[in-house]
Design a protein around this ligand. Structure first.
Ligand code: NAD
Length: 491
């Protein structure tokens, strides 16, 4: 139940079964599904395709482990998390190979995600022992208010393909830190990275004697069946999801019957505002980070560049040159800075958004057409003169396409930036502290970067408002998603 992936220079052995606690098993019915490499379209692994019996075996095991795990001291939980961090870092190359092969990101970026994803274990190892409550005098003078935090119970997590490791570690680490068992379903496009994480977690659990069943990892092609059947079981107390807004809404509806707690990290449509006085060299560096990290397949990717009309031409020239310097290829190939899109369907969706915008009057200063040949590639593209009603300005692009539109005043910039149903990330660039404050206080987003193109940090609360969801991952807030509050009225 392991297979080799990669090439002569970068290779890894990855598990292909499911992790039922610390056991690597075939799916109950023995079925498997194929995982392909989006750069070559070749099948690289056949992975256990779990069904209902497997899901409930994992839930039964989690429930068996729960009382002991809840009673484990915060220090022991912390040490387990810290050891998982150490092991991921030690095996970073294997994780990066898995991500480059199944998701397509360049190897250097994959290593970046390993460091970022692992950091959630280190951060929550530190938070596990600092889960403080509060004590306050009752205003009436008749007692003391004591507030403590307790683990919510067994968690179900559903994760996307774009950051196969980090989108899961930011759920698994705080759940374990809080004392909750967790059952994880990776995206069917990218199960290998999490199966490798399962191997690391199982090894550490066995070494440190943690109860069996605190983490199970269950790949399946039946995502809808997985969530709907598990959520019908009242033993599931919390559902945490990262993915599209449509699926998020469905899960929130499903949570109503058992009033399960939910955290929803959903889609985005981030504006990237460049004021007249911005430092254009800094803007360019940050624009490339905010647009091209993960090939634009990021929920906080800059979707709409809004540039003051006085600097728009200079910005477009610089951005076009930088996008032309991007090198497309297989993630494991030396020098690749842009990998393939995850699937043919996603690639064709991006092409459709670009074609529609061009038909409506937009112009591509570089890129803009689908290459022929193997792999789901799409070139780095810059679109100018994009019509205001173009679908590409309303929908999440999720690809290496930058749209540039202009504004004449900061008021207009804010109005355009906020003209979206989403509210995950927003970016603003200016050399003036008052303008910075103006944007920071008016941009409707859960996260705002001022003169910064990279904002993710395990020590900061990641999450959105509006249709981008609710709940926070990381920071001191992240562990609270897995705790409920108990108030003790004391004499
Ligand atoms: P998706 O919603 O299709 O899939 C995400 C996960 O949900 C996968 O594991 C998938 O198998 C599962 N899923 C699909 N249909 C389901 C159903 N009916 N019931 C239960 N689970 C189901 O999203 P995607 O296209 O794979 O991922 C991209 C989306 O994720 C984008 O919209 C992106 O913005 C979002 N995203 C958000 C964040 C964030 O933190 N806010 C981070 C990364 C990605």
């Amino acid at each position: 139940m392991r297979t080799g992936i990669g090439n002569a220079q970068h290779a890894a052995q990855v598990p292909t079964g499911m992790w039922l606690g610390t056991s690597l098993l075939a799916a109950n019915r023995g079925q498997q599904f194929a995982v392909d490499d989006p750069a070559t379209e070749a099948v690289i692994a056949e992975v256990a395709d779990t069904t209902e019996k497997d899901w409930f075996d994992a839930l039964d095991l989690a429930e068996q482990a729960r009382p002991e795990w809840e009673a484990t001291s915060p220090r022991e939980r912390s040490e387990l998390l810290r050891e998982i961090f150490n092991e991921i870092v030690r095996r970073k190359d294997e994780f990066a190979v898995a991500m480059s092969c199944e998701m397509g990101k360049p190897f250097a970026e994959a290593l970046g995600e390993v460091a970022y994803g692992a950091e959630y274990f280190r951060w929550f190892a530190e938070e596990a022992v600092r889960s403080n409550g509060r004590v306050a005098p009752a205003p009436a003078g008749n007692g003391t208010i004591i507030v403590t935090r307790k683990p919510v119970g067994t968690v179900v997590a559903i994760t996307p393909w774009n950051f196969p490791l980090a989108m899961a570690t930011r759920k698994i680490a705080p759940a374990l830190a809080a004392g909750c068992p967790i059952i994880v379903k990776p995206a069917a496009e990218t199960p290998l990275t999490l199966l490798l994480l399962g191997e690391v977690i199982a090894g550490v659990c066995l070494k440190l004697g943690a109860p069996n069943g605190i983490v199970s990892i269950l790949p399946t092609t039946d995502a809808a069946g997985f969530s709907s059947s598990l959520m019908k079981d009242p033993r599931v107390k919390k559902v945490t999801f990262t993915g599209s807004t449509g699926v998020g809404k469905l899960l929130v509806r499903q949570s109503a019957d058992n009033l399960q707690r939910t955290s929803m990290e959903l889609g985005g449509n981030a504006p990237f505002v460049v004021a007249e006085d911005a430092d254009l060299d800094l803007v360019l560096t940050c624009a490339m980070q905010a647009k091209m990290r993960n090939g634009g397949e990021a929920c906080i990717a800059a979707n709409r560049f809004l540039v003051h009309e006085a600097v728009a031409e200079a910005f477009v020239d610089k951005l076009t040159a930088s996008m032309q310097a991007v090198r497309t290829g297989h993630g494991l190939e030396e020098g690749t800075t842009l990998g393939p899109i995850i699937t043919r369907k996603q690639r064709d969706r991006i092409a459709e958004l670009v074609d529609e915008a061009i038909a409506g009057g937009a112009r591509a200063t570089t890129g803009g057409s689908t290459p022929s040949g193997q792999g789901y590639f799409y070139p780095a593209t810059v679109l100018v003169d994009v019509p205001e009603d173009a679908r590409i300005l309303r929908e999440e692009i999720f690809g290496p396409v930058a749209t540039v539109t202009t504004f004449a005043s900061n008021e207009e910039a804010v109005a355009k930036a906020n003209a979206t149903e989403f509210g995950l990330a927003a970016y603003a660039f200016t050399e003036n502290v008052h303008t910075a404050q103006y944007f920071a206080s008016r941009l409707e987003a859960g996260m705002v970067g001022i003169n910064r193109g990279a904002i993710s940090d395990p020590a900061a609360p990641f999450g959105g408002i509006k249709q981008s969801g609710f709940g926070r991952e990381g920071g001191t807030e992240g562990i609270e998603e897995y705790q409920h509050v108990q108030y003790l009225a004391w004499t």
